[in-house]
Write a protein that binds this ligand. Structure first.
Ligand SMILES: [Zn+2]
Length: 197
């Protein structure tokens, strides 16, 4: 493996748990084996899935204008957009805020859960490859930022109240980031390589 900083070539051998491999020449971090990485990824993925359930069970936002109170959930926001003629935006909301995080957290749980017992789930290598390819498309933090910006504008027209769904979504964002960052890609591949099918 080449150092991404100075291009020095190294032989990438396995490092013991809790330590890291650094470049021999410039000292930059090449890869690491974080302690309890699998447990952490599994826990945060599971927490993300539970939070996704909470996000969709409770209202995201409550709006009150002229005495009319409206409760909005993420799922309803997407279906209303599709129904009201903004189908493309509605599908984007559904895919990026519901389907993508669900697939991401579910995929990580599927790959890392069995690895805790030293086994690879059937097709786990395909799932892991697909996960690293779709990672840049996981943009719930961008969505949350967009929500906050539009809320500032909406706040002038109506009284807004964040629902349980909103707070669950904020925590979900942190859990997803922790799950994705919880394991080094090289470490994951090494573990998959030695695991029994
Ligand atoms: Zn280097």
């Amino acid at each position: 493996m080449a150092c991404h900083f100075c291009d020095t070539l190294h032989e990438a051998s396995a490092v013991p748990e809790g330590s890291a491999a650094r470049c021999r020449r410039c000292g930059v971090l090449l890869y690491q084996n974080r302690s309890a990485s699998l447990v952490r990824v599994t826990a945060f993925s599971l927490a993300s899935l539970i939070l996704m359930g909470i996000v969709n069970m409770f209202p995201f936002l409550t709006m009150e204008a002229n005495g009319i109170k409206t409760e909005l959930s993420l799922l309803r926001a997407a279906s209303e957009l599709i129904r009201e003629g903004s189908a493309a935006i509605g599908w984007c909301v559904a895919v990026f805020t519901l389907v993508a995080p669900l697939a991401m957290a579910g995929g990580m749980l599927y790959v890392c859960g069995p690895l805790l017992h030293g086994r690879a789930a059937p097709g786990a290598r395909h799932v892991a490859r697909w996960l690293s390819r779709t990672e840049p498309w996981n943009m719930i933090e961008v969505f949350l930022l967009g929500v906050l910006v539009s809320l500032m504008k909406l706040g002038k027209m109506a009284d807004l109240c964040f629902g349980v769904g909103f707070w669950a979504f904020a925590v979900l964002m942190v859990c997803m980031a922790a799950a994705v960052a919880g394991i080094d890609r090289n470490e994951l591949w090494d573990r998959l390589e030695v695991a029994a099918e």
